[in-house]
Design a binder for this molecule. Sequence first.
Ligand SMILES: Cc1cc2nc3c(=O)[nH]c(=O)nc-3n(C[C@H](O)[C@H](O)[C@H](O)COP(=O)(O)OP(=O)(O)OC[C@H]3O[C@@H](n4cnc5c(N)ncnc54)[C@H](O)[C@@H]3O)c2cc1C
Ligand code: SF4
Length: 464
Amino acid sequence: MAKGLTRVPVREQDPKVRATNFDEVCLGYNKEEAMEEASRCLNCKNAKCITGCPVNINIPAFISQVKEGNIEEAYKIISESSALPAVCGRVCPQESQCEGKCIRGIKGDPVSIGKLERFVADWAKENNIKPAAPAEKNGHKVAVIGSGPAGLTCAGDLARLGYEVTIFEALHKAGGVLSYGIPEFRLPKDKVVAEEIENVKSLGVKIETNVIIGKSVTIDELLQEEGFEAVFIGSGAGLPMFMGIPGEQANGVFSANEYLTRNNLMKAYRDDYDTPIARGKKVAVVGGGNVAMDAARTALRLGAEVHIIYRRSEAELPARVEEVHHAKEEGVIFDLLTNPVEILTNENDWVTGIRCIRMELGEPDASGRRRPVEIPGSEFEIEVDTVIMSLGTSPNPLISSTTYGLDVNRRKCIIADEEFGKTSKEGVYAGGDAVTGAATVILAMGAGKAGAKGIDAYIKGKQE
Ligand SMILES: Cc1cc2nc3c(=O)[nH]c(=O)nc-3n(C[C@H](O)[C@H](O)[C@H](O)COP(=O)(O)OP(=O)(O)OC[C@H]3O[C@@H](n4cnc5c(N)ncnc54)[C@H](O)[C@@H]3O)c2cc1C
Ligand code: SF4
């Protein structure tokens, strides 16, 4: 390809080496590489990339600064819009967002916007550059439920406007899925997640962990007794789904959430921690999304032979192309057009295998994807000792069932408007996975921003 059409390649750990460790797979750009990649940007007047970014980062402006080597300026531009650039630079599905709209992508590779964002955020951390200081406190108190990307973004934006913000988090550690779900080898916890949470705290945001809203205290109590004028709910969608097939209750069957939480949040993969984890020898992961890839690659690093079992074909895999590519490179086996019908167990109810049936693709279903149809008589068994179910999650109904007047839909997702996160209950706003069901970090951040705007307008409106 002609010069300028291909992106500067990013360095990665060798697949054989990384399959045995939990260190980060992608090593990122250095300054020279970043400046070279930035020089591919055409600094478009009508920059389509910005329209693909749910938090509207001024992409050409920050890339222009990288091109000139002014990394501190680039960081200032990004942090006007995003509280979590080192996270987003690593885990956002840029190929379907900013990079998917990049004009460079018409004839060659789109600009590596995500890798440039990551470089800038890492450089800022190494050089101890912090986000701009918040405004003077305005004396108004707001509560945020959940410390995932939606809650952190909402809290950060409100703190910048002068609000006194307290985040209530059910777990012992802040970060939501960034801390308990996405594995260390994609998103380092101490180096990246904890640092970006510290940046949000440096704006004056308080985080109270081990507080379960709906049990420790209710939303109505926060509003009526604790002096909070508004509440933002960013409680995610952490309730795992199962298939309902025989054997699913057996020992050795896990939800991907439990498996990843033990590994990430409770550090089961480290020899200096006592958290138990199933170090299976042969593991089946059922599902084809990002979470399934994370569970599979985690099991692989713990020493197992790993099979992904997915009922459609490779073209329909919902995981990011990069994640599928990495999983294959590392040695994960893909059993596609395959669906489990039973989990097999021994007399002590431990998993011994999984019975599956072959599938073929029929007519498109409501989602537009071709419907998988069973091939009669094609059942077969795979010998495994561990099964990890990764079939999606839904919001936990605890908050909706303990909050008077808060409407949810039939999937238990809180009903909130997109522009301001306004719910059916006065003073209560919501966004992120709790509203949409399982989605992405950047959409949750966009919803956090919308909620902050809504709350600011609501509190100011009350004063008029
Ligand atoms: C394994 C995995 C991998 C993923 N990979 C990617 C990826 O590569 N790229 C991407 O963009 N997205 C990815 N996602 C999805 C993404 O992480 C989520 O869409 C995003 O984190 C949602 O943000 P949130 O703030 O709405 O919720 P969460 O991140 O789920 O945070 C919600 C927080 O609220 C807390 N909470 C819940 N109930 C209560 C309560 N009653 N009281 C107090 N606190 C409460 C929870 O403990 C949690 O900390 C992945 C998800 C998983 C599970
Ligand atoms: S669309 Fe691509 S080339 Fe144009 S400004 Fe955005 S990143 Fe640069």
